[in-house]
Design a protein around this ligand. Structure first.
Ligand code: SAH
Length: 292
């Protein structure tokens, strides 16, 4: 089943049978359910009938009834359609997924555009695949583990339908890339430097290679390999996201924050040599001004 709202007309209108809905309680506990006529959702708080949601506007409240007839106030849930980030956090996964904060940055750093021909390896659970597909890319994935490949196909089909432009092959990207004329190569695996030569042949001039890596020594090894190949304008960054607690007069950063996820490195496939990056400071900040 697909989330019908995501395909074609956009996620609008009353909640419909077959769609996924996120139920959120007052403690911000979140549950992702798919609406099936006659079905019910059971939780610690009680039972929610799907029929009480089907046909209701998004953002409605629904009350859970207690099977034991127990006392205390009825638990209520807010029902909204899940965002891509909600789905990614909740979906079944084998491999570690890329966090939404990093996916957002990757979208722009890799300049993922509608119709871009993208090679992605490894596919893992498909979080990055979904992000690229939702941006309109055509994605071919290489994944060495058959079980992960299967799960990624299922996760993508659940979100975007079986006809999404997504193909996963069970193969080892270190052995080569069969595709040519690619716009983007996205890598989330342990030794991306072993893919640099393949990506060099597979990418169109001006194309972008992006790699996501947990450790900076891996990143340095990748950068060294990129510097020796036909790649330029290399950049590496990480995203530190600090959320805030805002409640009445208590307005401060949250106590906890994810300290580290991964480093993102990008580079452009070029014909020229000797523009390997590393000279420029950051993202057009004080030292990165534009000359006119
Ligand atoms: N980006 C994915 C997570 C990828 S986890 C997501 O957002 O969901 C890394 C994946 O790379 C794993 O599934 C692993 O099986 C796969 N992998 C590791 N080495 C590989 C190789 N040489 N070729 C293809 N896939 C590989």
């Amino acid at each position: 089943m697909t989330d019908p709202g995501r395909v074609g007309r956009g996620p609008r209108g009353p909640l419909a049978a077959g769609e996924r809905v996120l139920l959120v309680d007052h403690h911000d506990r979140r549950y992702l359910i798919r609406l099936v006529p006659g079905a019910s959702f059971q939780s610690h708080a009680g039972v929610v009938e799907h029929d009480a949601l089907i046909g209701r506007p998004e953002g409605s409240e629904v009350v859970a009834w207690r099977r034991d007839g127990g006392s205390g106030p009825a638990r209520r849930f807010l029902a909204v359609r899940p965002t891509l980030a909600d789905v990614i956090v909740k979906m079944p996964r084998g491999a570690q997924v890329i966090y939404p904060k990093d996916l957002g940055a990757i979208l722009v750093a890799a300049d993922l555009f509608p119709g871009a021909r993208v090679l992605e390896a490894g596919v893992g659970s498909g979080a990055l695949s979904m992000t690229a597909l939702q941006a309109g890319c055509e994605v071919t994935g290489y994944e060495i583990r058959e079980d992960f490949a299967r799960r990624a196909r299922a996760n993508v089909a659940e979100l975007l339908g079986a006809d999404a432009p997504f193909r996963v092959e069970e193969r080892d990207v270190y052995e080569g890339i069969a595709e040519t004329g690619l716009d983007r190569v996205l890598l989330d695996l342990p030794e991306p430097w072993r893919v640099v030569e393949h990506a060099e042949r597979a990418l169109l001039p001006g194309g972008i290679l992006l790699a996501y890596l947990p450790s900076i020594t891996q990143t340095a090894e990748l950068r060294a390999r990129l510097a020796r190949a036909s790649f330029a304008l290399a950049e590496t960054f990480e995203i530190l996201r600090r959320s805030w607690h805002i409640e009445g007069r208590s307005v401060r950063p949250d106590h906890r924050m994810v300290a580290h996820t991964g480093f993102v490195t990008t580079a452009r496939r070029v014909e020229a040599r000797g523009f390997s990056g590393g000279e420029r400071d950051g993202d057009g900040g004080p030292a990165g001004g534009v000359e006119d």
